[in-house]
Design a protein around this ligand. Sequence first.
Ligand SMILES: [Zn+2]
Ligand SMILES: [Zn+2]
Length: 264
Amino acid sequence: MITYNYHTHTKRCGHAVGEDEDYVIAAIENNHKIIGFSDHVFIPNMTQEGIRGNYDELENYLYSLNHLKDKYKDKIEVLIGFECEYFEELEDYYRDLLMSGKVDYLILGQHYISYEDNKMEGYIASSKISTEKYVSLIEKGLKTGLFSILVHPDLFLTEKGLDEDGVKLAHRICKSAFENDVYLEVNQGGMRRGQRLIDKEYRYQYPVREFFEIAKRHKNKFVMGIDAHSPFDYFHPVNRIYAYNLVKNWNIDIEKNVKLKKVK
Ligand SMILES: [Zn+2]
Ligand SMILES: [Zn+2]
């Protein structure tokens, strides 16, 4: 049993439900020792309704989670983080969040491949848009040393199979994670949506087995992530059973203890 989860959202993003405290209680009831909140990062001057909260939610997010950190300190460690997309223009903002001590850690979830005029676009999971761009942003992002975990690294395979180019890109992602000492996440969010026919194969959108076969060859380190968008996701059979069966069948060693990056 894994006793941590560094991938928990809050209702502020607009597509998650439940009170912050309910997530903490759900984690405790599932014998977790660590709950990390990593809501979709709020970005100054950017509104992305239904996808992330506005920047003016930051103070309330920090206040609420710091309160829970203290309230439950004898039962569970509450950590505060964000799930971020990497873009050069945002790097200083992310570094400041960490350096100022406002957040304990950051994870990289590269959902989009363009950021211009305060708009983030090009959802990587739903289109055939450039996966090369997705990978080069991940490479740049991991190099910054700001991100402890690369979550759903195989997101670019949501709608497609792993062709020859995809294999090369998968190698680049895994190599970059290894070189920069970043964990790869086996993400339960894709599993909760169930299996379906994708490019002639009946499988989850992610995790994708071939991707993790490549990752094992690169000697990557792995974590499990619930990607909770509801407190009930902690109790979901995927978290209690299926994800554990999957990593066992795929022969993936999930780290028991995670070392978060400290910024220099
Ligand atoms: Zn989300
Ligand atoms: Zn997430």
